[in-house]
Write a protein that binds this ligand. Structure first.
Ligand code: ARG
Length: 585
């Protein structure tokens, strides 16, 4: 029951009329129609060169077709049609746009913006995937936030989405942690604060290993050796070794779940490197061997990929001691997932530092003969620079989120009157703080690195999370103060919205479904965030002109219908990003 994109209704109309006049196939016209972000050059543009007509005639045809295109009183949709060089440009009838957009937003409510381009598609989104023997770092924060958004977005586009967390819970690192736990572990600390306790152990045991290696003339470390042996025991299924690993894993997951909940994320599956069996990896290896795609070097097994592309190099898939690697586990896991889910698309959200890993991994799956390998996608992102707590340098996501919340709380306390009206200021501070972190993270193109900037991120001015929260809460408070209920403004006479700024806002509102579609196509959260800032700025320009209080009741209702539409779109956008919008702050 998907709503129809209001702009599609206009595009279909223009398409039909233009076809009648020009004879150009509608299938060629439709994709050529452009709704520019701002309307300085018209509301809808058709570049004639995209209609596959002789180049010599572009300007002539633009003139000819624009003059015969029905407009003004002769058209329900189009106010003016004109030629501008090789472009046809149209302006919309404000009354038509209002009538299409506002009632649709009010009645579709949470559904406005949905689409069915991905209907019937099974999509897997793998994201966050922290390593439980190491701290949850900035890269995991990004993967968590961006992945959460992409999973939500795919759902909005109609896909059946499965969210997977692929924990880094296997490998020699884990052997090292277990050795460390045997030396310095404390059961009570582990139960109270598993992540921090494990991190302390992680730091201590790594230091020990390094010290030993430094002292030894050959760089040998007994601790490291012990870790290797421990991991080998794990891979062989040794009971005690596996038992300790299971405890650490479960405690970590429990703790992570709290953080994910705070970010509005829930996983369907907690998988992990440990869940890939030796049999599954061996199957992958033997498939490759049968294809003659491997070679041996001093007991290790490798896959040469240079013939496909020089930069892919050769990849190690089994070490000389018989143990497997990150890459081998990914191969086994992918195959297992395909057999289980028969997905149409699988997205891995992981840092750009892993670009080469994913290229090699996808190529090897293809060599193995898996036709579905072409449906895998690595969604990468740049680094966060200087993400540290206000005092120290070690970064735990939780610590960052606590500090953000406290800073926000301080700011809120300064406005005593308002503060007194907020029911649960702690929760509100937390929600605004979260939006600060999340908006900062997703507001520029994901491939860019960015600097973690406390001051800027927490500011209420400029393009920040708190600003969007403020814009939303202001719309909510205006609605509370208007004394109008949704039933009352739903039937408003929209023809009373005659001001150009009202048309401007309606136009921005009409572009929300297109924006989601674009973000879906480029997998860029920033597309939606840029849009939400644009929407909030436009709403803020309306406040001086479009008053609701002390106005003629019919005018007040019409304006409230417009503001309520803006509130709905802003709320939908924030929720899609994983942010909980606040109603008072
Ligand atoms: N655990 C890895 C890391 O922290 C990320 C996993 C990415 N996903 C994958 N299937 N390799 O670096």
């Amino acid at each position: 029951n998907c709503a129809q994109n209001p702009l599609d209704i206009v595009r279909s109309y223009v398409c039909r009329e233009l076809h009648k006049i020009s004879g150009v196939d509608e299938k060629i016209i439709f994709p050529a129609l452009e709704v520019p972000i701002d309307n300085k050059n018209g509301d809808l543009i058709v570049p004639i060169p995209r209609l596959r007509v002789p180049p010599k005639e572009h300007e002539n045809l633009a003139r000819e077709w624009s003059s015969s295109f029905p407009s003004g009183d002769a058209s329900r949709f189009i106010e003016t049609a004109s030629a501008f060089g090789k472009f046809l440009r149209f302006t919309f009838k404000p009354s038509m746009l209002r009538a299409l957009v506002i009632p649709q937003i009010l009645s579709q409510d949470t559904l406005y913006g949905e689409n069915n381009v991905a209907k019937g598609k099974k999509v897997i989104v793998e994201f966050s995937s922290p390593n439980i023997a190491k701290p949850f770092h900035a890269g995991h924060l990004r993967s968590t936030i961006i992945g959460g958004y992409l999973a939500n977005l795919n759902e909005k586009m109609g896909a059946d989405v499965t969210r997977i967390n692929y924990l880094g819970d296997w490998g020699k690192q884990f052997g090292l942690l277990a050795v460390g736990y045997a030396r310095y572990g404390d059961k009570e600390k582990l139960l109270n604060d598993p992540i921090n306790h494990m991190f302390d152990i992680y730091v201590r045991i790594n230091k020990e290993k390094e010290n030993e290696a430094e002292k030894d003339p050959e760089g040998f470390s007994a601790t490291d050796q012990e870790a290797k042996e421990y991991f080998k025991r794990m891979e062989e299924g040794d009971k005690d070794a596996v038992e300790l690993w299971r405890t650490l894993r479960e405690l970590s997951i429990e703790k992570y779940k709290k953080t994910y909940k705070r970010l509005n994320i829930e996983y369907d599956v907690y998988s992990g490197e440990s869940q890939v069996t030796l049999a599954e990896m061996n199957e992958a290896i033997s498939t490759l061997e049968k294809q003659g795609a491997t070679f041996e070097d001093r007991g290790a097994l490798l896959v040469p990929l240079q013939t496909y592309s020089k930069k892919l190099g050769k990849c190690l898939i089994r070490k000389s001691d018989g143990t497997t690697l990150y890459l081998t586990r990914d191969l086994g896991e992918a195959k297992k997932r395909f057999e289980k889910f028969k997905f149409d698309k699988m997205i891995y959200v992981a840092a750009a530092q892993q670009d080469l890993h994913f290229q090699q991994f996808f190529k090897i799956l293809e060599i193995m003969g898996n036709t579905w390998a072409k449906n895998l996608e690595h969604i990468n992102f740049g680094m966060v620079k200087g993400m540290s707590t206000r005092k120290g340098t070690v970064v735990f996501l939780d610590t960052i989120l606590e500090e953000t919340k406290e800073s926000m709380h301080e700011v809120m306390r300064k406005n005593e009157d308002k503060y007194a009206q907020i029911e649960d200021p702690e929760t509100v501070a937390d929600l605004i703080g979260l939006s600060a972190v999340m908006i900062q993270d997703m507001q520029s193109k994901r491939i860019n690195d960015y600097a973690f900037d406390w001051k800027r991120m927490l500011s209420f001015e400029g393009d920040t999370g708190p600003y969007l929260q403020y814009a939303h809460s202001r719309l909510c408070s205006m609605e509370r103060n208007s004394g109008l209920s949704p039933d009352e403004y739903a039937n408003a006479n929209l023809d009373l919205l005659t001001e150009p700024i009202a048309h401007q806002l309606t136009r921005v509102l009409s572009m929300y479904p297109d924006t989601l579609l674009m973000s879906y196509r480029n997998s860029e959260p920033s597309t939606v965030i840029t849009y939400l800032f644009r929407l909030s700025h436009t709403v803020s320009s309306c406040y001086d002109i479009l008053w609701v209080r002390n106005q003629d009741p019919e005018v007040a209702k019409a304006r409230m219908a417009l503001y309520a539409s803006a509130r709905i779109v802003l709320r939908n956008g924030l929720r899609l990003l994983g942010i909980t919008p606040v109603e008072r702050m």
